[in-house]
Design a protein around this ligand. Sequence first.
Ligand code: ADP
Ligand code: MG
Length: 461
Amino acid sequence: MTFESLGLNPQILKSLTEAGYTAPTPVQEQAIPAAIAGRDLLVSSQTGSGKTAAFMLPALHKLTDQPGEAPQGKTPNQAAQSARSRGERPRFKAAQPKMLVLTPTRELALQVTTATEKYGRGLRRVQAVSILGGMPYPKQMQLLSRNPEILVATPGRLIDHMESGKIDFSQLQILVLDEADRMLDMGFIDDIELIIGKTPETRQTMLFSATLDGMVGNMARRITRDPMTVQIASASTRHENIDQRVHFVDDLSHKNRLLDHLLRDASMDQAVVFTATKRDADTIADRLTIAGFAAAALHGDMNQGARNRTLNGMRRGQVRVLVATDVAARGIDVPGITHVFNYDLPKFPEDYVHRIGRTGRAGRQGTAVSLVNHAEGVHVKRIERFTKQVIPVDVVAGFEPKRTASAAPRRPGWRPGDGRKPGNSKPGQRTFSKPGNGPRKEGSGSRTFRSDGRSGEQRRG
Ligand code: ADP
Ligand code: MG
């Protein structure tokens, strides 16, 4: 399959060649022709599978195919200027975008805008701007006054502009919700509904999400018409060379002892231990160091120098156990990492895939172990649905959990990573045995035994 055979505009094909894209990814192969034909789309595929181009290429193709409007009349900016020169007070004409892309975060919006500029380089008349929280207001007004064809925005700031009459969606043709599941997780549902309510019924809607289950699926059905569903689990993200396992634990003490035991596995070279919070990364790294491991923390509160030193230590093999948060460990590529441990489950199933991808690099075998409290079974299921793989449950002799997962009560309002009551995560209460010691009985020695109660908010690393 080639981009040519998808029927894209020659100028776009040229930009793709310049960008080094030789062939469409599977999600692009399916989405682009359908989108060009005007279909609504519901797409779920892994991160990095090329979703931006899957919606932006057909959109650019369609927008550039339309009869030119730019030469006619003046841009709103020029109109304002000539009004000023006539001594009149310029009136701001609302921007009338033809395409809107909603994204959960500023970073994503900027990525989409940058990609759009790359794909649309050779196209006159098609301009994309980002409207984001945190950007100075005059700058946004200036961007809107160019009346761009494509707006890329986070929901909150967009609504501010809509309410003050700066944006008029009556001409909107294409609506994209990028990372829709994440937007819903972040509580944007009402904002999204409000924005969609201001767009024409005739629009084309494309929704991209890691999953189409649950709330996202419900919203997707409400806002699309006869959508085509594209669901892709690509071979590279199936992680077939990674041995994945779940170990159930009764409480923190059990979790710490099991981690300590697994870190002494003879087949282990280097490991990354993922925690939900920066504070836990520090605490656990300190505890492991005291217990005799060459451990170090890596998280976003460390300055760049400290992060570089830690990463270099990891690359040189001086650090054997890196205790890290999701954000800090993103993209780490150290071939010696044989094991990944989820000390806390990630908040998003997508992050699970990023995490375990730190091992099994360059064609090697890897092991990914999740230490899971009984009540978290439902989140393991979510990860399994996302990866379309079952993760086997494993038990280490001497570390058997007292309860079985299915017998565990589910508490309402619980989220992954809430492994402790806030008051329970004091550094001094974490316990590890020294390497070389065998499994010990609950409550023996000076170890503190606590129940693994859960509540409180999770802070992301
Ligand atoms: P997603 O949104 O699915 O996570 P992106 O759209 O951000 O993925 O794309 C991931 C990376 O893949 C980007 O660096 C992008 O430039 C690149 N990419 C996308 N499509 C292709 C392609 N057909 N060939 C080569 N690289 C591609
Ligand atoms: Mg994306």
